[in-house]
Design a protein around this ligand. Structure first.
Ligand SMILES: Nc1nc2c(ncn2[C@@H]2O[C@H](COP(=O)(O)OP(=O)(O)OP(=O)(O)O)[C@@H](O)[C@H]2O)c(=O)[nH]1
Ligand SMILES: [Mg+2]
Length: 1076
């Protein structure tokens, strides 16, 4: 009954757009989001207020309940009345664990505002910063709830005064995060304006005044401040919460002070001068109690003291009567004082009221969508809004108006797909059958039975048939099937069940040619036309079917799984662009290979993995060349959840997962100054033992030449061309810069590609500025003789054209020896791409390596002699000469033709020349790489561990056992807790969180976040050669060589040859001194 009434109310409210609030709850893990959501849900009577905080209603999955953490974001619609208005609140609870941060992205996208929850003891934590950043990136407005204030009283035993100072500090911390986000944004916008201005002509050498933008821009509304009404102090578990405004109202009558005055002074350095009956400034300097302590906190502190600490019955009675509330007898007699406390607080300062009032007053409605947010949504990547087709630009109006009349185009964004049991669908819910339906079913059953009888010619008795209450056809099958619901929001127009719409996949582009709005042209890429399936109101665990959903609402949509994989844009107007992709913060890094326990169940596994891929915003499913099915996840907890989902839900078979596959990178370094033993023993300096390519030369194929500097010259198979390549380690800063700029480099690459095709891509001012900035930074980091003009000589980035390795063109153009390499530009670059994709150590991608093409030699065949299969002729013969002249604009096309001709002409028994050159270039890079000291790079996590002094030692022990490194250790202000910042190799991280938790009896629980790649110092190819080294490392030198262990592990997994060292004549080798 409650729900029916609720549903009707919500449907009515959905039409009043200005009173809709779409918001999500964001926080670090365990700060109390789901508990707070419970309180809000209880205020609508959906769960009882006694159960609020215990039920964690929105954690509907079993594993969420067992582990006590949220893994999926889920939505619920609530109503709330304040200030004479009725509001619809579409609330999304999100997970706080870093492994599930993609779920946060999918939630944030659909909202206009967010409640950021903070644990009053822990304060700002890593994920708090991350979610504030995400809210910022999506331009949604946050309000703050400082939760778990009860812990300050009961656990930390702070006085009200101390708590006030503590809370002040927390507010400062949060505002510092917002402040830095804001500053960077203003600077960015300024830069954008400047570059746009520069683009229009009057560029010149301007002197930047960096502070100018900051001063002009009003930022007061950005910060959290109790007097602004965007902060609530709460204890969700005890059911209370308040904003300063509530107390201002309360006391303005009692004290006869205007509530506006109280509002401004209740938080801050103000005190009450009792004699003068005045509110004065300077509480701290005069050693007075601030108003906030005197009028607010003291009350709460004494309540806790009376109820929880001292259990003072009389005092409690007094408080209850002074507050004018009633408490049920069974609550006041309950053995757990918390029950009484909740009963009192729930009436005195209900947290739902404080939070929902703040939400309605401070968060924007869908009508207030800022224009720049719309542009950002419509304009992916580097593209500029004003370069979109006019028809597309016109849709901006539709976003801003957010109208629901049928004439406006419908625009919907689907941020994720989630799977539900078919049992959960409203149409499959158990409900009593009507008379009619029962008749119908009986008829169906009879008919089917009659058919069966006819077919089997009288087999089976009639009694059985009549007792067979057969379900209507398809029902049993239906129950087996997974149903996917699209998690979505309407941005414009009204959507109806069955309405025909265009489904635009993330790659859809209205700019692309051949986009016709008619639906009988299904050939348009990334566009599908189909009717909408069922529409649902999302009610936590339940779905309620709706006929239509007006603009500005969050909804669920069924029946779209065929056309939507993970996310999509839906519109009735094909001029609508696909929305900007979601900002996923987590890097999926943990991969495992999966196989079914019983090989015959392979097909079930494949199907299950496909479903899992669709149901999870960030899990990736790959099939490797080896045929392995690989699952890539964001972390250990995420992995566990995916495996559980596969087993129990999507594949429903037993599976086995390999140990996590650890990614590595391969790199070269400058010759080290010390060797392994010296490093460890710290003795005299010794010349490094670098693997000499010279020793290996006999093993090299004849097409390869290596000079002492490591310049590798390799001849193509047909012996017509030779290319010389040298590998050089990139400065560390450059590698880091490239890694962080991959998006920008990709854009540059796109730009160059379309320039080659004769199109120009309009880049936004921000992107242009970014490119200029990148170039300048590269120049400052690539200093010295070796890197002279290097930035201008960059030929390509790799692998995948945007990786952290550089191909450098060091051929001095014009010379006779360099003839014609430009014609083979593509082949050379492709060879480089292949070489950087998988290195020679264990076929992992390269990182931080620069390949410099130093020489190029081509022996040209004359066209006729080539055809005749004759001998090649030296030097730049006529056939090529004209192509060496500097190219004019339209010469490019003819050049392309010429190239094709050349390639055909140069085809011989070794295949097309371009292919030979790719292979030669790749091999040259690999040999050049091997001629330098090679190293593996390990992926590193950072983690922050909070621990008390007693367990600190054990935390360090676990860290050092796993090759972790402590970066920082500090005491958290106002507490006994240490915060340890550490880095830890991903390879050593499995089970780390569990081990820490066990060793510290659950006191410390770290979250691991991918941070960077780091060179492993030990040389995997090092072998001990002196007596001293043998003693230290053992004969096989594998006891301590972590890099070798990792490398061989990867090689074994990939089925590559692993050199197992067999030491034959240890005696003899020992005498081989290397100390020269
Ligand atoms: N003392 C105290 N404990 C609280 C309060 N609110 C929540 N908790 C407890 O904190 C723990 C985590 O609460 P949740 O609501 O699950 O936290 P969450 O933020 O949803 O966690 P994730 O979804 O996993 O990120 C639970 O044990 C709650 O009982 C509070 O106000 N005071
Ligand atoms: Mg939660």
């Amino acid at each position: 009954v409650v729900l029916n009434f609720h549903l009707e109310k919500i449907i009515a409210l959905q039409k009043n757009t200005s009173n809709i609030r779409n918001l999500c709850i964001l926080a670090h893990v365990d700060h109390g989001k789901t508990t707070l959501a419970d309180c809000l849900v209880a205020s609508n009577g959906i769960i009882s207020s006694r159960m609020a905080g215990k039920l964690r209603y929105l954690d509907s999955r079993e594993d969420e309940q067992i582990r006590g953490i949220t893994m999926k974001s889920s939505a619920i619609s609530l109503h709330y009345a304040t200030g004479g208005q009725e509001y619809l609140i579409n609330l999304i609870d999100s997970p706080g664990h870093v492994d599930f941060s993609s779920e946060v992205s999918t939630a944030v996208r659909l909202c206009d505002g967010a409640i950021v929850v903070l644990d009053a003891v822990e304060g700002v934590c890593p994920q708090t910063q991350a979610v504030l950043r995400q809210a910022w990136l999506e331009n949604i407005r946050p309000v703050l709830v400082i939760n778990k204030i009860d812990r300050l009283i009961v656990e930390l035993k702070l006085t009200a005064q101390e708590a006030y100072i503590h809370l002040q500090k927390i507010l400062e911390q949060v505002n510092a995060v917002t402040g830095s986000l804001f500053t960077s944004k203003v600077l960015e916008e300024r830069a954008e304006k400047d570059t746009e201005a520069a683009g229009t002509g009057d560029g010149g050498d301007q002197v930047y005044d960096w502070s100018a933008g900051l001063e002009e821009t009003d930022d007061s509304h950005l910060y959290f401040s109790p007097d602004q009404g965007n902060v609530v102090f709460a204890s969700a578990i005890d059911g209370w919460g308040f904003s300063v405004r509530q107390f201002a109202h309360m006391y303005s009558q009692k004290m006869g002070v205007r509530s506006e005055v109280l509002l401004k002074t209740l938080w801050g350095d103000f005190y009450l001068n009792t004699k003068a009956k005045k509110i004065m400034k300077g509480a701290q300097a005069k050693g007075k109690k601030p108003l906030f302590v005197q009028l607010v906190l003291d009350n709460i502190w004494s309540l806790y003291e009376a109820v929880v600490t001292r259990r003072d019955k009389e005092k409690v009675e007094k408080v209850i009567s002074s507050l004018g509330i009633r408490v049920a007898a069974r609550d006041s007699r309950h053995s757990d004082p918390k029950v009484l406390l909740s009963a009192i607080c729930g009436q005195w300062l209900p947290v739902s009221q404080a939070v929902l009032t703040m939400v309605c007053e401070k968060l924007p409605s869908p009508l207030d969508m800022p224009a720049d947010r719309v542009e950002k949504l419509m304009c992916a990547g580097a593209r500029r809004f004003d370069c979109l087709p006019q028809e597309t630009q016109d849709l901006k109006r539709a976003f801003l108006d957010c109208k629901s009349d049928p004439a406006t185009p419908a625009i919907i964004f689907v941020s994720k797909m989630f799977a539900v049991d078919s049992k959960a669908l409203p149409r499959n819910k158990q409900r009593p059958l009507t008379q009619e339906e029962m008749e119908q079913r009986r008829d169906v059953a009879r008919q089917r039975h009659a058919e069966k009888l006819a077919a089997a010619q009288g087999v089976g008795g009639p009694e059985r048939a009549s007792s067979e209450a057969a379900p209507p056809g398809g029902q049993t099958y239906d129950e087996e099937k997974e149903h996917f619901i699209a998690f979505a929001r309407v941005y414009s127009g009204v959507v109806r069940k069955g309405q025909k719409v265009f489904v635009l996949s993330p790659k859809y582009d209205p700019l692309a040619p051949g986009c016709a709005p008619t639906d009988d042209l299904p050939a348009v890429p990334h566009l599908a036309c189909r009717p909408l399936g069922s529409l649902y109101l999302l009610m936590g665990r339940d779905l309620e079917e709706l006929d239509e959903v007006p603009s500005g609402n969050v909804l669920g949509m069924g029946g779209m799984e065929e056309v939507i994989l993970k996310s999509a844009t839906i519109s009735t107007n094909p001029a609508c662009p696909a929305f900007t992709p979601l900002n996923f913060e987590a890097t999926p890094i943990v991969r495992v290979a999966i196989e079914p326990k019983h090989p015959s169940e392979m097909s079930k596994l494949v199907r299950g993995m496909k479903l899992l891929n669709q149901a999870d915003p960030c899990a990736e499913v790959l099939i490797q060349e080896t045929g392995e099915h690989v699952l890539v996840t964001a972390g250990e907890v995420h992995l566990q959840r995916c495996l559980d989902d596969l087993r129990e839900r999507f594949a429903k078979i037993e599976i086995s997962a390999s140990k996590p596959i650890i990614p590595f990178r391969e790199t070269v370094i400058r010759p080290p100054k010390v060797d392994m033993v010296n490093e460890d023993l710290g003795k005299q300096q010794k010349v490094a033992i670098v693997r000499q390519v010279k020793d290996e030369q006999p093993r090299l194929p004849e097409t390869v030449q290596v000079d002492p500097r490591g310049l590798v010259t390799l001849t193509t198979a047909n012996k017509l061309a030779a290319v010389g390549v040298q590998a050089v380690p990139l400065p560390e800063e450059v590698t880091r810069l490239l890694e962080g700029s991959s998006e920008l480099i990709r854009t540059m690459e796109l730009f160059n590609m379309s320039a080659k095709e004769g199109r120009t891509l309009a880049l936004s001012g921000k992107t242009l500025e970014g490119i200029r900035d990148l170039k300048q930074k590269l120049e400052t980091h690539m200093q010295g003789h070796k890197w002279r003009n290097a930035v201008d000589r960059i030929w390509a980035f790799g692998p995948r054209r945007n990786g952290p390795n550089i191909l450098l063109n060091s051929l001095d153009g014009g010379g006779g020896g360099t003839t014609g390499y430009r014609d083979f530009d593509n082949s050379i670059v492709s060879g480089f791409q292949l070489a950087t994709l998988a290195g020679p150590m264990c076929e992992e991608p390269l990182m931080g390596v620069c390949f410099s093409v130093e020489s190029w030699d081509m022996k040209f065949p004359r066209q006729d002699s080539m055809e005749g299969g004759g001998a090649p002729v030296e030097g730049g013969a006529q056939g090529k000469a004209e192509e060496d002249t500097p190219e004019s604009g339209d010469a490019a096309a003819s050049r392309g033709q010429a190239r094709r001709r050349t390639d055909v002409a140069l085809s011989d028994c070794y295949g097309p020349f371009s292919g030979q050159l790719i292979a030669a270039m790749k091999e040259a890079c690999r040999y050049a790489f091997q001629s330098k000291p090679q190293r593996l790079m390990a992926a590193m996590y950072t983690c922050e561990i909070m621990a008390t002094a007693e367990v600190l030692g054990r935390v360090y022990a676990v860290l050092s056992k796993r090759e972790g490194r402590v970066l920082q250790e500090e005491m958290k202000e106002g507490s006994e807790v240490f915060i340890i910042k550490a880095v830890l190799p991903v390879a050593e991280s499995f089970g780390f969180a569990d081990e820490i938790r066990k060793r510290t009896s659950g006191l410390a629980s770290p979250q691991l976040v991918f941070s960077h790649w780091e060179v492993i110092p030990s040389d995997p190819f090092w072998v001990p050669t002196t007596e001293e080294e043998y003693l230290h490392f053992g004969e096989k030198a594998d006891s301590a060589n972590q890099a070798l262990k990792y490398m061989n592990g990867v090689r074994r997994r990939k089925g590559l040859y692993v050199e197992e060292k067999i030491v034959e004549h240890a005696e003899k080798q020992r005498t081989l001194g290397k100390n020269k």
